[in-house]
Ligand binder design. Structure first.
Ligand SMILES: O=C(O)CCC(=O)C(=O)O
Length: 275
């Protein structure tokens, strides 16, 4: 099946996003694109450094051209533009892939409270598998994205903070909405929407998801390092202009330059010492 244009063209999707803090965007990838993505992921898992798990692959779009292609999908950027405007900066991605049985839970949290950034931002959640409660899909708490909740430490390095359970509504299980999406579909969420995900309890189904994070070109951009998924060595976060212009002369990384340098990094060099 081919990817069609996303639901953002429906007139009321934006008001749903504002009111509830999330919206389903519909299908972004064709079946062929989903298959290609899965092939890349299988290779990446084989290259994954033993200290890392498949749910902690951060900003690999700075090493992997196929992830950069996902992040610059036209339908997806059209939706992002409707929320944050024309100058769009990709600042992070996170592959959160949960293998059957061993895929771990993520506690209730709000993303925006973790970051050294300000300004309009939005996150997109793109799945490469059909997802539901059994294989560890994400849950959101609709309409609760307009305030910051109290937090406490979890004692776990992966997600080291969570929303204090007593500050969440008592009937949270009735209010929470599960993302039940098909492979190739996406949703968009506000940076303050409370969300969580259960472990992957299925016997044989992966949950492979890419979270993409965008901001405007005039926000505050803090430094950050991520572990390279292949070596576990730190690399610097880049602020990549994926649409529009660098109006504020922030020295944003150009997509063309980045693609060129990725190609160069993959081209074997001729030995200078050849006779
Ligand atoms: O995908 C999930 O299960 C949770 C995603 C998440 O917590 C995040 O992107 O901050």
């Amino acid at each position: 099946m081919r990817a069609t244009r996303a639901n953002p063209l429906h007139s009321d999707w934006r008001s749903q996003f504002d009111r509830f803090g999330y919206v389903f965007l519909g299908r972004m990838l064709s079946d062929e694109q989903v298959e290609e993505a899965r092939t890349h992921l299988t290779r990446m898992f084989m290259q994954l450094h033993p200290a890392l798990r498949p749910d902690e692959i951060y900003s690999a779009h700075q090493q992997e051209p196929w992830l950069l292609d996902m992040a610059t999908n036209t339908n997806l950027l059209d939706a992002v533009e409707r929320v944050i405007g024309t100058n769009i900066v990709l600042w992070s991605t996170h592959l959160i892939c949960k293998p059957p049985h061993t895929g771990r839970a993520i506690p209730w949290h709000q993303d925006g409270t973790y970051w050294n950034l300000t300004g309009p931002m939005v996150s997109v959640w793109l799945t490469f598998d059909d997802v539901d409660d059994e294989n560890g899909t994400m849950y959101v708490l609709p309409g609760h994205h307009k305030r910051v909740f109290g937090r406490r430490a979890t004692g776990d390095e992966f997600f080291d903070e969570e929303i204090k359970p007593d500050s969440l509504p008592e009937d949270i299980d009735d209010r929470a909405i599960a993302y039940r999406l098909r492979a190739g579909e996406a949703a968009m969420h506000h940076v303050l929407i409370p969300h969580r995900s259960p472990p992957n309890r299925s016997n044989d189904r992966w949950r492979r998801v890419l979270v993409l994070r965008y901001m405007t070109s005039d926000g505050e951009m803090g430094p950050k390092q991520y572990p390279d998924y292949r070596t576990n060595e730190p690399f610097d976060r880049q602020y990549i202009l994926v649409r529009g212009t660098d109006d504020h002369s922030r020295g944003l990384v150009s997509l063309t330059d980045l693609r060129q340098s990725m190609r160069a990094a993959r081209t074997p060099h001729t030995r200078a010492s050849l006779p």
